[in-house]
Design a protein. Structure first.
Length: 197
């Protein structure tokens, strides 16, 4: 960082540039790596306030800036536990696509988590990412195998159905046969013994 700042500072022919201004340029135009939720991301918003990792993800999710979110995650690494929390929060707000983008950036060995598996499975189905959908489905089966029938029913009604039901409705009435097939495949594989189907 010091080298980059110094290089930028030395490249300016105008002597009025201070090191502080150079650092501000650096902060405004570079991404830091390995940020926990509370660490400010080195991207300044238009009003000059620094966004946290969580705020940046939330802003991009709110505005459906999925490509920007993917690029942000490629250049900025959050801790897996923080990413899992954010995935769950996005799912609760029914921002499935953004949750999927976030979940797919979590290392495969760290994906065994309710929110992450839902995001991969349903988000992958909705967005047409079959490989991620299949990974999510397999992880979902692992999670379900460890649950009692009562836990499974609660998980299904409180976490799966609020997302799955409108997706199936939209797929059926929108005559989206590929999506309908993918969603019904998930249901028949993982939730065949649950009510409502």
């Amino acid at each position: 960082m010091v080298i980059d700042v110094a290089c930028f500072h030395n490249s300016q022919s105008v002597q009025s540039h201070t090191l502080q201004q150079s650092e501000k340029y650096f902060v405004a135009n570079r991404w830091k790596k390995y940020l926990p939720l509370t660490t400010p991301v080195s991207k300044l918003t238009t009003d000059g306030n620094v966004e946290s990792f969580a705020e940046a993800v939330e802003r991009m999710a709110d505005n459906r800036l999925l490509s920007e979110l993917q690029e942000f995650l490629r250049n900025t690494k959050g801790e897996a536990k923080d990413l899992r929390i954010l995935v769950t929060q996005l799912l609760q707000k029914k921002k499935l696509e953004a949750a999927f983008v976030l979940a797919s950036n979590i290392h495969p060995s760290l994906r065994i988590h309710r929110g992450v598996t839902i995001a991969l499975c349903l988000g992958g189905a909705k967005m047409g990412f079959d490989e991620e959908m299949e990974d999510g489905r397999q992880l979902l089966q692992q999670l379900l195998a460890e649950m009692s029938s009562e836990e499974k029913k609660k998980f299904y009604t409180s976490e799966i159905m609020p997302l799955l039901s409108p997706m199936i409705h939209d797929a059926l009435f929108g005559l989206d046969k590929p999506l309908t097939k993918r969603l019904l495949g998930i249901v028949s594989c993982c939730f065949v013994d649950m009510p409502d189907f």
